[in-house]
Design a protein around this ligand. Structure first.
Ligand code: IPE
Ligand code: IPE
Ligand code: MG
Length: 246
C-alpha cells in the first residue's frame, strides 16, 4: 500500500533531497526502556536501517549517509564495541543480496585501518558485491570522525604540496573537498538526528555547511520509512537561501 506521506512528497512541486545524512541515535535508550541490554537496541536498530533504505529508494533519494559508528565510539566498553563489530559483519552478510536486488551501491567512509581483518573482509565483500548499483548510494560512516577526516585532508594536501604536485595558493574549497572521504557525493541537503539530541557529534562538519537540520525524539529502533517521509515533507517546506536573498 503506497504511503499517504509518500504521495504527498511526490505531489508537491518541491524536490526531494538528493542526499540525506542520518545520525542513528538512541539504541541504548530504546533497550533501557525495555529493561534489555544495550546490544538489543543495536540489534533492533538494524531493522530501521533496512526500512529507511527501502523508503529512501521509494522517495527517490540518491544518496543516504548513515552514521553507524563514530571515532569516539571506540571508547565504549569493549563488549559493546565487539557486539557492534559483529553486527556489522552480520549486516554485510544478511543484507547484501537484498541490497544488490534493490540496486543499492554501498560505500564506507571512516578510518577502516582500525578494523580487524575479519571486519575489513566483510566490508570489502559488501562493497564488491554491490558495486554498480544505480538506484541508491548508501554511504556507511564507520569509525568515522569529521575532525579526523578534515585533518587527513589537510595532511594529504600538505604532502601533495611538498612533493611539488600542488601549489599552496591553488588550494581552494573544491580542492580541499576533493580530499575528503565524501568527495564522490554532493553535500547532504538534509541531516536527520533521532533520539531528540541537538548536536552534530563530529559528523560531516564540512559537508553540513548548508544542510537543513531535522531532529526527532523518535529513538532509532522505532524509526521507520514513514518518519523519513515526515522529515522529507518538512524539508520540502523549508526555504533554502544559501546566504542570498529570495
Ligand atoms: C546509536 O545509539 C548507535 C551508536 C552510536 C553505535 P546509542 O548506542 O548511542 O544509543 P544511546 O544514545 O545510548 O541511547
Ligand atoms: C553519534 O551518536 C554517533 C553515531 C550515531 C554513530 P553518539 O551517541 O555516539 O553521540 P553522543 O555521544 O550522544 O554525542
Ligand atoms: Mg547515543
Amino acid at each position: 500500500m503506497p504511503s499517504e506521506l509518500l504521495k504527498r512528497i511526490k505531489e508537491t512541486e518541491w524536490s526531494v533531497p538528493k542526499h540525506v545524512a542520518i545520525i542513528m541515535d538512541g539504541n541504548g535508550r530504546w533497550a533501557n526502556e525495555r529493561g534489555l541490554p544495550r546490544r538489543e537496541g543495536h540489534r533492533a536498530g538494524m531493522r530501521s536501517v533496512r526500512d529507511v533504505v527501502e523508503g529512501a529508494i521509494e522517495a527517490g533519494i540518491e544518496v543516504v549517509t548513515l552514521y553507524a559508528f563514530s571515532q569516539e565510539n571506540w571508547q565504549r566498553p569493549r563488549p559493546e564495541v565487539a557486539f557492534l563489530m559483529s553486527l556489522l559483519k552480520s549486516y554485510a552478510k544478511s543484507e547484501v543480496q537484498d541490497l544488490v536486488d534493490n540496486g543499492v551501491e554501498v560505500h564506507v567512509v571512516g578510518d577502516i585501518d582500525r578494523f580487524e581483518a575479519a571486519e575489513r573482509k566483510a566490508i570489502d565483500t559488501i562493497l564488491d558485491m554491490t558495486r554498480g548499483g544505480e538506484r541508491l548510494q548508501l554511504v556507511l560512516a564507520i569509525s568515522y570522525g569529521s575532525r579526523g577526516e578534515i585533518v587527513r585532508a589537510a595532511r594529504r594536501l600538505a604532502e601533495r604540496s611538498a612533493s611539488g604536485d600542488l601549489e599552496a595558493a591553488a588550494i581552494d574549497e573544491p580542492t580541499f573537498a576533493a580530499e575528503l572521504y565524501t568527495a564522490p557525493w554532493p553535500d547532504p541537503d538534509l541531516m536527520i538526528r533521532t533520539s531528540g539530541e541537538y548536536r552534530i557529534s563530529n559528523f560531516l562538519l564540512w559537508q553540513l555547511a548548508y544542510a537543513e537540520l531535522y531532529t526527532t525524539p523518535v529513538l532509532w529502533p522505532d524509526f521507520t520509512r514513514e518518519h523519513l517521509f515526515e522529515a522529507i515533507l518538512d524539508y520540502q517546506r523549508r526555504e533554502r537561501r544559501f546566504g542570498k536573498v529570495t
